[in-house]
Design a protein around this ligand. Sequence first.
Ligand code: ATP
Length: 249
Amino acid sequence: QATGGATTKVRVNGTPAEATLSTTTGGCPELRWHCAGATAERSLSLEADVLGAVASGKEVVVRAFVADDAARPPPCAKAGGKRRRREYVFEMADGEGAAAAWGGTLRGCLDSFGRPKRLFVLINPYGGKRRASKIYEAEIKPLLEAAGVEVTMQETRYRGHAREVASSLDLARYDGIVCVSGDGVLVELVNGILQRSDWEEAIKMPIGVVPAGTGNGMAKSLLHAASETCSVSDAVFAIIRGHSMLSGT
Ligand SMILES: Nc1ncnc2c1ncn2[C@@H]1O[C@H](COP(=O)(O)OP(=O)(O)OP(=O)(O)O)[C@@H](O)[C@H]1O
């Protein structure tokens, strides 16, 4: 709040720039900067583009998930193209105090979005083309780490295992459950939850699905409803941003 709208001299990944962190305007807070000599202003929407942010010394490192053409007209325009992880290092001309203030404001904004912090991830290594475990290591884990999500991972070892896990999982330890699978494991998970004596409370647990099966009908329709394409990284990013199957968002 204290830094809302103020323009500050920075270096962004080494290039001198003027940057603004606006948190006071209505709509989604955003980070905008204009590099010396550049024509276009660049912007990141905290809600739609940013995974996490940390201040360290006089730097603020912002981890984002954006399309290559990150220069977009503000505010919060949807990026075209495939998103990938990018890191922006803002070195504050005003030093450590300014970096700490920005870091605090960014974290405060990100925290206010109600994103999940602790996820239980269930992976079916035998679903679809049997690539779920590789997909997890290569694409899912790095994104969740960049977003600072604490993950407990469990691979299903046999048919019916997901149902068993869901029927006895200590749900208080998690903000959500994610299936890296097709529809079969997802159905088992829901059935396991419905089998619990506390099912009426337990069924409120947010559930997400990352497509790693054959048909992936559920992942496709959920991502379509959220105007996202059906890719692993889009599904993970939707989960990081707090979209889940049961909330219907
Ligand atoms: N370790 C395992 N060994 C054998 N079968 C398993 C194992 N883990 C889960 N399963 C079973 O695999 C079945 C299919 O899984 P899943 O839905 O993930 O993939 P899929 O059938 O390829 O995808 P879709 O359902 O989207 O077409 C599930 O019903 C589940 O019971």
